[in-house]
Write a protein that binds this ligand. Sequence first.
Ligand code: RIB
Length: 335
Amino acid sequence: MPPEPDRSRSGLGDAEDHRAAGRVVVIGSLNVDSTSYVDAFPAPGETILARGFEVALGGKGANQAVAAHVAGARVEFVACLGDDASGAFACDTLERLGLSIAAVRRIPNASTGVAQITVAESGENTIIVTSGANLALTPVLIDAERERIAAATVVLTQGELAVATIEHLALVSNELGARFVLNLAPPAPVAAEALGVADPLVLNEHEARAVGIGTDAPGSTNLDEWRALAASAVGAVARSVVVTLGAAGAVAADAGGSWAAPAPRVTAVDTTGAGDGFTGTLAAFLAEGRPLPEALDLAVAAGALAVQARGTVDSYAPRVEVLAAAGVADRASAS
Ligand code: RIB
């Protein structure tokens, strides 16, 4: 197996040159991930020995914020952490990766969110999240961030926040004219009105079925069939829709058309956080004015690069590598 790329010091490449390109405000979750690397997942009741163990920054919000930053967006990250050692570790890591912690709140007597992750030799994972301080990110805090939301090009959140918070953020973003991108991972019972302003609503195939897109679609449904399903949900479920399909690639649809982006064939080492790499990259390139099909190609390239290295934020490739992998020319603004 070829050696994994070392991105642990975040290697931004020329991303700094593009900071003015798009302002992405991520209002989302943060966890500290405890990951065990095993040959195969244990069966219920079974005890197995891991081959390795890592503690690292995680949470879909933090991962997506880092991915958007590495892709070249100007990122502001709003999150709630505990006042514990994990919260201190998370703040240090965010700063090491070049993100501001100005909008990260430490909640007294709360525990930082944690995720217990198992990664098998196949690269697949299982994840259990204990939300902790993430649930302190309430609609009241969304109102406290109205100025930041109004100044955003894109506002991005995930299904790891409380449903009432996601719904309020959707409506406030829409009211203030920011493009609202919702990654409904994990699936959550968000009201149709809030889903309806998502542009795009980003889902994997299981999450898509949970919101009624391709509910009866068998596992064998191909990329082009998913493209048609995404197209049928435009206007009915969300303003635009993106469905990720793992190693097959992803599809997108908006009022102007629908597109399929096959993923390159790669050897997956660790799929953890690859969907977040995809979503953060998508948000970053949408924020700099790239059309949806181009942002889709770039996000698929970013996801394919991320699965080739271990971990979440340390697996995200810099902008220059993502552009090269997607065969897309660089420019600070495509609008
Ligand atoms: O998508 C991967 C992430 O899911 C992990 O970092 C974990 O914290 C959970 O939020």
